[in-house]
Each structure stands twice: as C-alpha cells, then as structure tokens.
Design a protein around this ligand. Structure first.
Ligand SMILES: *Cc1c(COP(=O)(O)O)cnc(C)c1O
Length: 358
C-alpha cells in the first residue's frame, strides 16, 4: 500500500524548555492514519498534519472499549542521528493484542514502515536533552457505528508522536509500592497479556487508593488466587533474591514487556541466574523479612528501570536495599540506556536507525 503524504504548511514551534516536557502532552506536526472496513480492508494510509478526529458518538470504541495500543521511543544519539529500540517487537505484540480484542489484523512490516517514515519526517522533534526522547504511540480502535454487540468490521489505526521529558531529572529515584489485595488488573483467560486500554481502566481505582495513601504505584497480584505477583503499575517487575533474579512467568495475565525480555537477556549474558516462575506474595514478604531480598525494580519503556524503595502489604511495610538503587538495577539501566542512546555497542541487533531527513 502507498502512504499518501501531506506535509504541514504550519510547522509548530518546538517546546521552548525541553526540561519541562512532561509525558505525552506535547505532540509533533504529523500523524499516521489508516482505515479498515470489510470490503476494502486496510486503506487510505496517510501521513498528514496532526489534527482532531471526527468520530461518530455511536462508534463502538466509546462504548465497549475495543482499543489496543503500543508504546516505544525514538532516541537521539550523541552524533545527532535518531534510532529506535526493537520496534518490530512492538508491531508483533500489537498484532497479538488486536487478535485478543478481535480488532482487524494488519501487516506488521507495513506498519513499521509507516512508523519509520513518520519519525523520519518529524525527527527534528526528537529532543537532544540527555534522557529525553520521542514517545511513539500506535493505536488501533473500532469505528463501527453500532451499539449492538457485533463483531468488528471497521477500525482505525493511528500513530502519534510526543516528545517526552527525562526520567533522569530526579535521578533513578526508588518508588514506594503498595501491594494491592482487593482489586485485580487481569485474570486468567482475560486481556492481561494484551496492551489494551481496558486493562488501564481496570487499574484506576487501585492506583487512586495507592496515591491517596502516599504510594507511587500498585503491585498487582494474580486475579485467581490473589497470591502471585504479576506487575507493578504499567511495568514488569523483577526481584534479586539470594543472588538470583526472579520475575513472574508470562502466564497470560502478565504483559510480555520488551524491556523485560531485554533485561532477561542482558542479565543472563552478565552471568546471572534468571528464573521466570510464579512468585507468591508470601515468598516476597519472607525474603524482605529475612534480608534475602537484595533489590527490586520495575521495567518498561517509559522509565526503563524504576527501582523499588519499599513494599507494603496489608499492615506490613519493608524497605528494599535501604531505599537506594542497587548495583544490579543500576547496571541494567546503564546498559539498556547505553544501547538505546547509541553510547554502547549493540551486540544483539536491537537498534534500528531512522534515515536522516532527505
Ligand atoms: C507496556 C507495558 C509494560 C512494559 O512493556 P515494554 O514493552 O517493556 O514497554 C508492562 N506492563 C504493562 C501493563 C504495559 O502496558
């Protein structure tokens, strides 16, 4: 499919102070869109000036939440070039997410080509400030105008870009985590492994409770036994206990993070023993009490590595590694961000270069 390109005639000014960029409130000049219907399949692929959408209020996405998304970043190297980190993995995961919601399948290679073209066009928006980057948000949703519950026959795909600030500004600050014992994020057979908006909607109440009580994030337990550790907020979680790295197995309710997969590879290659398995909250609490818990961190594209400073469950709260970032989390952070920003060699072939603007 050809991508129709229409460049903006009114490029907007870049953010004046890139240090004040938050996360996902400023957007670039262009967006990619394409549409799907039963007769034409995917069609009208285009890169156009970013603009509001006109969507009928009866569109099913507003009522029944058929929506999946992705999140990845473009990084500016010291030489000034722009590069992506494992973008084909995001495209593949988005197809898996779409399959779970029964949104129309798409050509992952084509979507990646469109994504690269869009980032190439808006590459001046990739911040140069250390630690800042351009967040890339692909999203697919159902546009059937139909309040009846029917299978999906119309959909829209979009990619939008947002320059985002540095998580480095405050250093790698360990976060305080509340282990949620009432609400669950995902259940066996549900949508936990899919990157869909509904999972986030389900998380809101526990997140609000944690915030009210002064915590930064929620640690989710499984939806069946409310016993096994799953994820921390919108990140995967890892523990260093008695010298070994343990992380929840991908049982279907855990999101298969690309940062998680990259961390596991790096840790193994650094000589750590890594176990992907069920981890009960009792095991975690016991390791905290006995001192076997050496480090804990969340990992995901947005923050890369987010060290955990304390964990609270019911009436108990324990600090982890004296609320300091541990050597293993720091090393992972340095290695991953080194590869992402092109300061370290990339022996795995994870980096994809964006062509310089013609
Ligand atoms: C996106 C996401 C992650 C992290 O995935 P990455 O590919 O590493 O960014 C983890 N958990 C949830 C719930 C997510 O939505």
């Amino acid at each position: 499919m050809e991508i129709r390109i229409c460049k903006t005639e009114h490029p907007r000014p870049k953010p004046e102070d890139p240090r004040k960029l938050g996360f996902g409130t400023v957007f670039t000049d262009h967006m990619f869109t394409m549409d799907y219907d039963g007769e034409k399949g995917w069609h009208d692929a285009q890169i156009v000036p970013l603009t509001d959408l006109t969507i009928h209020p009866g569109a099913a996405v507003f009522h029944y939440g058929a929506e999946v998304f992705e999140g990845l970043k473009a990084y500016r190297t010291d030489e000034g070039s722009v590069q992506l980190f494992r973008p084909a993995d995001n495209m593949r995961r988005m197809r898996d997410s779409a399959e779970r919601i029964q949104l129309p399948d798409f050509d992952a290679d084509f979507l990646l080509e469109a994504l690269l073209k869009l980032v190439e066009m808006d590459q001046d928006w990739v911040p140069t400030l250390p630690g800042a980057s351009l967040y890339i948000r692909p999203v697919e949703f159902c546009t059937d105008i139909d309040l009846g519950l029917h299978s999906i026959s119309r959909a829209k795909m979009m990619i939008i870009l947002s320059p985002v600030g540095s998580y480095l500004s405050g250093g790698l600050k360990p976060v305080n985590i509340l282990i949620e014992d009432t609400d669950v994020r995902a259940v066996r057979g549900g949508t936990g492994y899919a990157k869909c908006g509904g999972n986030y909607a389900a998380a809101n109440r526990a997140a609000a409770k944690a915030e009210r009580r002064g915590f930064d994030q929620v640690l989710w337990l499984d939806g069946v036994h409310q016993k096994y550790i799953e994820e921390v907020g919108g990140m995967n979680v890892m523990f260093k206990m008695a010298g070994k790295i343990v992380t929840p197995a991908l049982t279907g309710s855990v999101l298969p993070g690309i940062t998680r997969r990259s961390c596991i590879q790096l840790l193994k290659d650094k000589g750590y023993e890594v176990e992907e398995r069920l981890i009960s909250v009792d095991e975690v609490m016991a390791a905290l009490e006995s001192g076997e818990m050496e480090e804990a961190w969340g990992c995901g594209t947005a923050a890369v590595i987010s060290p955990i400073g304390s964990l609270a469950y019911r009436d108990k709260q324990h600090t982890v590694n004296n609320r300091e970032i541990g050597p293993c989390a720091q090393d992972l952070y340095d290695t991953l961000t080194g590869i992402q920003w092109g300061r370290r060699p990339d022996p795995y072939g994870w980096v994809v270069k964006v062509p310089r603007k013609a």
